[in-house]
Design a protein around this ligand. Structure first.
Ligand code: PLP
Length: 418
């Protein structure tokens, strides 16, 4: 037996389910928009999708927009974030969580993650609060809701705004309440890999009438819903979603509940198989997370159990065996060049020159995840129990043949998966 990366036969000859997933429904719906002649953001499918997304999350208002990044920016602007206001964000997230703060001239303050859920722990956030703190952005990372018992209460107690970045967490539920109900606003992404996708797209949910009005106006050049096209009451931009995006999203959303159940069942199978596997770990979700849609499964890797084969080499071997996987972020967000003093954008009033010195930051759990974390994407979990067994079989094969891999490759080489 030889590893596929060394010319052997891969464990998986058959590909895993692909993503995005589409069928006749998406094609028909796109054609309806095409034939309607109303291709832009005022197509009725946009409003229909907003209503369906709000209903699924049991939230009063939904404002669709061009992507998840602008959804975050609009949420923060609508909450009044301004020059020098500090916003606590996790160090493990996509750049948009923090760059949206910078775009509003605010100051991202990074906090470390809980290694089990990869979410912000309330105590780390509380420790980061200063008199300049204005908001907390929690990310429901990988689909696992952040601690929604503690954060709303913490935000209220300190007079802070709370935003849920739910880019990974479509349909996630905490103690029977869908995400989107805990913060002042919640934002979602419909980017190509997301659980509900139109290639690009985003939405903001809120139960606040005032915030919904501001957010809608910001996405629509400062118009009012019942005002004229050339009447602008406040500063805004054009962040609208198109009819084509909404056509795809309506169909995608209808499939989410079934797909989510399949993913959760397969994720549970995978956790149970991995629980007795030396050198790999998957944390159990918090039992209060009553629905965790499994945008990502995070494996923690111990090279000691794989004859010293480095994490990136293991991932490359796994991909060669036919299992799409990738290493976790290469570094916590604060290590990106963007957060070097010379690269930070200038702010009109200059108050971003706060005590933040990102270059000296070292948040141990975030750093550890970047060294030993491996991500399996959600669409691997859309297949059968056999598919899940193949993932573990591929890991097992690599472990058995790891001494040979370690000997001939020299460990620690990096491989970018996608
Ligand atoms: C946690 C998180 N927040 C925000 C975004 C931004 O979404 P978009 O790519 O739609 O702008 C992403 C995108 O991947 C994300 O992962």
């Amino acid at each position: 037996m030889r590893l596929a990366i060394q010319g052997g036969t891969p464990v998986r000859a058959k590909p895993f389910p692909g993503w995005p997933d589409y069928g006749q429904g998406e094609k028909d719906s796109l054609l309806q928009v095409l034939r309607s002649g109303s291709w832009g953001g005022y197509n009725k499918k946009v409003e229909e999708f907003e209503a369906a997304f709000a209903a699924l999350h049991q939230v009063k208002h939904a404002i669709s927009c061009a992507n998840g990044t602008v959804a975050l920016e609009v949420a923060l602007r609508s909450l009044g974030l301004g020059c020098g206001d500090e916003v606590i964000v996790p160090a493990i997230t996509f750049v948009a969580t923090a760059s949206a703060v910078l775009l509003c001239h605010g100051v991202p303050v990074f906090a470390d993650i809980d290694p089990a859920t990869l979410n912000l722990p309330p105590q780390a956030v509380e420790a980061a609060i200063t008199p300049r703190t204005k908001a907390i952005v929690v990310v429901h990372f990988g689909g696992h809701p952040a601690d929604m018992d503690r954060f709303p209460e913490l935000a209220r107690h300190h007079g802070l705004a709370l935003v849920e970045d739910a880019a990974h967490a479509h349909g996630a539920v905490w103690r029977q309440t869908p995400v989107g109900n805990f913060g002042d606003a919640a934002t979602f992404s419909f980017q190509a890999f997301k659980l509900v996708t139109s290639g690009e797209g985003g939405i903001l949910l809120t139960n606040s009438d005032a915030l919904a009005e501001k957010a809608w106006a910001y996405c629509n050049h400062g118009r009012r819903k019942l005002g004229g096209w050339f009447e602008h009451f406040s500063l805004g931009s054009n962040y609208r979603m198109t009819g084509f995006q909404a056509a795809l999203l309506g169909e995608q959303l209808a499939k989410l509940p079934v797909q989510s159940r399949t993913r959760q069942a397969n994720a549970a199978r995978l956790r149970s198989l991995v629980s007795s596997f030396p050198g790999l770990r998957i944390a159990e979700p918090d039992p209060r997370a009553t629905s965790h849609p499994q945008y990502l499964v995070t494996l923690r890797y111990d090279p000691e159990e794989f004859s010293g084969v480095g994490r990136d080499e293991f991932v490359a071997a796994l991909v060669a065996e036919g299992v799409p996987a990738e290493p976790a972020y290469p570094h916590p967000l604060y290590r990106n060049p963007l957060f070097r003093r010379e690269h930070l954008p200038p702010c009109g009033c200059g108050t971003w020159r706060s005590p933040q010195n990102y270059e000296s930051l070292y948040l141990p759990e975030s750093e550890r995840l970047c060294r030993d974390g491996i991500w399996l994407p959600h669409y691997l979990l859309l297949g059968t129990a056999r598919d899940v067994e193949d993932i573990v079989e591929a890991c097992d094969k690599i472990q058995k043949l790891a001494p040979g891999l370690a000997a001939c490759s020299g460990s620690g080489k990096s491989a970018k998966v996608r």
